[in-house]
Design a protein around this ligand. Structure first.
Ligand code: ZN
Length: 184
């Protein structure tokens, strides 16, 4: 293994650990939102599907605008959910049409910040899960070549007194001539 390959593997490995750390941070923050951010009922002031293409992949944003009050002060906020299928996005939007209400969570330290879909599900924890998945892959891909290339302690060799062939120490019988090996 060359020095360059070794450095590269270490970099991949460290990136993996970094992604794990980010995953933990992100998961903890999401959990914090679910535990600490108060719930309020917001009015949906706009809900629509917006076409947002990236590369050649079609993407549709189910875009919402909310209006809510915290301690009498009015706030507006908008969120969007990405879907690759137009009908999926359309269905999401139709679930929360303009004029309807939705329970949302807002940041008590900054009520303008809100989360419309903070629930215990895979969607809300998607980002930390991606971090964990990619981090695990990096750790695996980075450490495997390093482990395989690690120098193994050489086992001590002995010579058979009968056939003179070399073998690892610790055998009772020579694997070649079946001679019993006696330590002198
Ligand atoms: Zn032998």
């Amino acid at each position: 293994m060359t020095r360059f390959q070794k450095t590269f593997c270490w970099l991949v490995l460290l990136t993996g650990f970094g992604l794990f750390a980010l995953g933990v941070r992100s998961a903890r923050y999401r959990y914090h939102i679910l535990q600490q951010w108060p719930i309020t009922v917001a009015e949906v002031t706009r809900s629509r599907v917006v076409y947002a293409s990236q590369d050649r992949k079609p993407r549709y944003l189910a875009e919402y605008q909310f209006r809510y009050r915290v301690e009498g002060a009015p706030y507006t906020a908008s969120t969007s959910v990405v879907r690759s299928d137009y009908r999926d996005a359309q269905e999401l939007v139709s679930r929360n049409p303009a004029g309807s209400t939705k329970r949302i969570r807002y940041n008590p330290a900054n009520p303008a910040e809100m989360e419309a879909n903070a629930v215990y599900n895979l969607e809300f924890f998607k980002l930390p899960l991606i971090f964990f998945g990619v981090g695990f892959s990096c750790v695996f891909v980075g450490s495997l070549p390093l482990l395989l290339a690690a120098p193994r302690p050489k086992r001590e060799q002995v010579t058979c007194p009968n056939c003179q062939r070399l073998m690892d120490r610790g055998r009772r019988h020579c694997p070649f001539c079946k001679e019993e090996l006696v330590r002198y």
